[in-house]
Design a protein around this ligand. Structure first.
Ligand SMILES: [Zn+2]
Length: 153
């Protein structure tokens, strides 16, 4: 089975990069500091000293009981969406990575939850997506922050 690791949609990233309101109705912050983490559009790491857009993001089309909202970073300028059959190399350093499958309603499939070493993210995502009732997978950090989405490709 082919899969695609994807950053958030380009139109969504651009809207926040332009300063449109986030999932809490607030303007995204633009600042340096706030730690190290990936831009959720291109999946490149933003270091502590790089300027970044910081906002509350809901990675689902509509609000519903399982629609978690969490903090994400984006580059302040335009970057290219990550879309590839394997995750970026730095995923090997996710210690650990948390994977969850979601169904077509965007509800968590509790039988799919996995906490794995970063080097096992790809194999685990493939395994979860073998289940035809799983629509897609989220990869999250140990803090629960969304890293990327994995779809059948
Ligand atoms: Zn970026």
């Amino acid at each position: 089975m082919k899969v695609l690791f994807r950053g958030i949609e380009t139109s969504v990233a651009r809207a926040f990069q332009r300063g449109e309101r986030d999932a809490h109705g607030q303007r995204p912050l633009v600042q340096t500091g706030a730690g190290l983490g990936p831009c959720r559009h291109c999946l490149e790491i933003l270091t502590e000293d790089q300027e970044k857009v910081i906002l509350a993001f809901m990675p689902f089309a509509t609000p519903q009981p399982y629609a978690e909202i969490g903090p994400i970073f984006l580059h302040p300028g335009e970057c290219s969406r990550y879309e590839a059959p394997e995750p970026p190399g730095w995923f090997e350093h996710l210690e650990p990575a948390v994977l969850r499958g979601y169904d077509e309603r965007d509800w968590i499939r509790y039988d799919t939850g996995a906490v794995v070493e970063g080097c096992d993210v790809s194999a685990t995502a493939h395994s979860i997506l073998e289940d035809p009732h799983v629509a897609y997978v989220h990869v999250r950090s140990r803090f629960g922050c969304l890293q990327c989405r994995v779809d059948r490709g």
